[in-house]
Design a protein around this ligand. Structure first.
Ligand SMILES: [Zn+2]
Length: 736
């Protein structure tokens, strides 16, 4: 290496490297060389892995970096130039190699491969920073569910399009499509950037070829993974932005002593949440190291070794013994052995999702086949966009700000989660009798059962766990409705089983509204033929009796509360609640305006506003009143209900189309209520159908987002549901 002269040297790359910077130097002939202050074992092991796949018969494999000099604590690598494709064949190979890279990084457990760590060069993406190629595992994952969630999917590597909040703006910084100031990760051909979503098929074929080879050659690949045994990897203990915040907070504190104690307080508290509290004592050395780094304005650099479960600092001192439950190499090998055909399919689906998420929105509108009816159309959209990733996490595709799409996990709830979406499958089966809908319903429901019906011991009666939107209140409503539509006993049995597991100890109810409160449970009690229904009714009653109405409407206001109370009255066979019910109705009706034909939405104090949704306004209020008629034996209350239904009906049958389309707040809500009340509104039906076909649905929600998703109350599933159930009085049974 003596023939090198150092003409220029500048630090490159990430800051969190323990003060040892990567530098660039030039040889006499001007050739640039990258100098890294550590050994090149990872680069070499990765090159062997790539070569191994080539030997197993993979038609092309990505390029690794070329190591020019490998020392114990220093290495030099050929500079990777950002070069355009020379031919269409280069472009094809490039995207095939992207697919192979997605697979390899998925198997190895790579993360943080954002756009600054990848260079697009001729026919291959080249990962230039391999420090996060493998990762160790902190928590033991539940083996029964295999891959636990999206954080363990192909999305983990960060190569696929993925929006994150950056400087309070949603941006794509992913390895394949993200482009930050001067990043070189996008391939050009004839001066045009080549976007991965156009080559999705090629990416998938690279991914599948590498996946299939791995299924057939596990032993040989295991040997190759073991070569990472004496490599070291950078480990991030907390998200970089958390460190950033802590660093900034501490820097603003004046004297050193208080600065140190501020850092201690913030970091130690984070440990209580992040790590098993029993380990905090053991974590003191680690904590001290973290505090020192943060006080110096550095993001702490942690290191793990390929074959070790200890955590080290950048000087290779052990900070915490047995920190991980599996070493990076063990993790990768166990991932290798858990690969299977079903996983390949679901990961492939995630890749397609993620890549199409990078499409400009105008281009997502062309994928609908004209021949499909409404139900199959929504079914197809859901099958395409909603991914039941092996356990509880479902993935939804959302339109985020700036019209970009991003992926996010949804829970189990009725509002936008799994059980809500299953209401659509039940409706599709109910209206068509086609077994494919029932099969899918059972298929997805089985994953729900695993984590609820089969395994929950006790459900606390609290707002968090029993709300309508995300909790058991809504899930039970959905279960009962699915039973109603499919006639399948399993849904009723689970409905009763889950209800029986609601624990009446440690009741925690603060929110007396249907949407976010445990009082939403009251809605299902008359539907449940089980003694616990009476017990729950007895516990909920006093909360509702004390509730002071401040809003109108079903989701947040008096309509929901009065319905909940009359459900309780019916279950307990008592008219003790009639006075309060009448009070709630009178409150609500004092905000009815004849010229609007609607109830004022009191959430916006500054202006007089009216909504036509399930959550607020005439549709939800009319549904609540109709249901109350089934429960009440008080003729005065019944009279109010009938009058209110008449008032609402006058508006709903001839209501004009709204801008918004969701089942919670828009056209689908009007349509659902019309069906529930035996009314028609063919104008809204036709308009909603046409919006669905052109995918120009308007799903934005008042909470200042313009998101669109696949869920029931705010997404595609709800539009599909309202269209499928149009004209049927069972429509909307789960909403009241
Ligand atoms: Zn709403």
């Amino acid at each position: 290496m003596n023939n090198h002269t150092y003409e220029h040297s500048a630090p490159l790359g990430d800051k969190h490297n323990g003060g040892r910077a990567v530098t660039l130097k030039y040889l006499d002939d001007g050739t640039p060389v990258i100098c890294k202050p550590r050994n090149a074992k990872t680069e070499m092991a990765f090159a062997q892995l790539l070569n191994g796949y080539k030997n197993l018969g993979l038609s092309c494999v990505p390029n690794g970096v070329e190591v020019l000099f490998a020392g114990e604590k220093y290495n030099e690598q050929a500079y990777v130039h950002h070069l355009p494709a020379r031919s269409e064949e280069d472009v094809r190979k490039y995207f095939f190699n992207c697919g192979v890279t997605v697979f390899l990084t998925y198997m190895l457990g790579s993360y943080d491969l954002h756009c600054e760590n990848i260079i697009a060069s001729l026919d291959s993406p080249v990962i230039i920073d391999l420090e996060t190629l493998l990762s160790a595992e902190i928590v033991k994952r539940n083996a029964a569910y295999g891959v636990a969630d999206l954080s363990e999917s192909v999305l983990k590597s960060h190569l696929l399009p993925n929006w994150i909040a950056l400087d309070s703006e949603m941006r794509d910084c992913s390895g394949f499509s993200g482009a930050l100031n001067g990043s070189k990760n996008i391939l050009f051909y004839n001066n045009d950037p080549q976007m991965a979503y156009i080559y999705a098929d090629t990416v998938i074929s690279g991914f599948e070829k590498a996946y299939e080879l791995s299924l057939k050659n596990r032993e040989r690949i295991k040997d190759l993974i073991e070569k990472f045994g004496d490599c070291t990897f950078r480990q991030l203990l907390r998200p970089t932005d958390v460190y950033d915040k802590i660093i900034r907070f501490c820097a603003a504190v004046d004297d050193m002593q208080s600065r140190r104690s501020a850092a201690y307080a913030l970091l130690a508290r984070a440990y209580e949440n992040d790590i098993d509290p029993n380990r905090i004592k053991k974590a003191e050395k680690l904590l001290r190291y973290e505090i020192e780094s943060v006080l110096q304005g550095d993001i702490p650099l942690f290191v793990s070794h390929g074959n070790s479960i200890n955590l080290y600092n950048c000087d290779e001192e052990t900070l915490f013994e047995n920190f991980y439950c599996k070493s990076p190499v063990e993790c990768a090998i166990s991932r290798l052995y858990s690969l299977n055909e079903a996983d390949m399919k679901s990961q492939t689906k995630i890749i397609i999702q993620a890549l199409s998420a990078a499409k400009p929105v105008t281009q997502t509108k062309t994928c609908v086949s004209e021949k499909l009816d409404n139900i199959s159309l929504v079914f197809d959209i859901l099958e395409k966009y909603v991914i039941p990733a092996i356990s509880s996490k479902w993935m939804l595709l959302d339109f985020g700000r700036a019209d970009s799409l991003f992926l996010q996990s949804a829970g189990l709830g009725i509002y936008n989660g799994l059980l809500g979406i299953l209401c659509f499958y039940a409706a599709a089966y109910y209206r068509t009798g086609q077994s494919k809908y029932l099969e899918k319903l059972f298929d997805y429901y089985s994953s729900y059962r695993k984590i609820t019906a089969e395994s929950i011991a006790a459900i606390p009666l609290s707002d968090d766990s029993c709300s309508f939107s995300n909790g058991m209140g809504g899930q039970l409503s959905a279960l009962y409705h699915i039973y109603e539509l499919t006639g399948q006993k399993i849904f009723y049995n689970d409905f009763i089983n889950i209800l029986n597991r609601i624990s009446l100890q440690n009741v925690n109810i603060k929110n007396t509204e249907i949407m976010g409160g445990a009082v939403s449970l009251a809605l299902v009690l008359p539907k449940a033929d089980t003694p616990i229904a009476k017990d729950i009714a007895g516990v909920l009653a006093p909360y509702l009796l004390q509730a002071k109405p401040t809003l109108t409407g079903m989701a947040h206001g008096a309509a929901g509360l009065s319905l909940a109370l009359s459900a309780i009255g019916a279950v307990l066979n008592s008219n003790d609640y009639d006075e309060k019910i009448s009070e709630l109705l009178a409150f609500e009706n004092s905000y009815y305006f004849e010229d609007e034909g609607n109830w004022q939405d009191l959430r916006y104090e500054s202006r007089k506003s009216f909504m036509l949704g399930w959550c607020a306004g005439a549709p939800g209020i009319a549904m609540a009143r109709k249901r109350m008629l089934e429960y009440t034996r008080n003729s005065a209350i019944a009279k109010v209900c009938e009058d209110d239904i008449k008032r609402a009906s006058r508006v709903l049958g001839k209501a004009d189309c709204l801008k918004r389309d969701s089942l919670c707040c828009g056209n689908s809500a009007i349509l659902a209520v019309c069906s529930f009340l035996g009314l028609e509104n063919s104008q809204i039906f036709a308009e909603l159908e046409s919006r669905l076909r052109t995918l120009s649905l308007n799903m934005y929600h008042p909470l200042d987002t313009c998101d669109i998703n696949c869920g029931l109350m705010q997404g595609f599933a709800g539009v599909g549901y309202a269209l499928a159930m149009y004209g049927d009085p069972f429509c909307g049974g789960m909403m009241v």
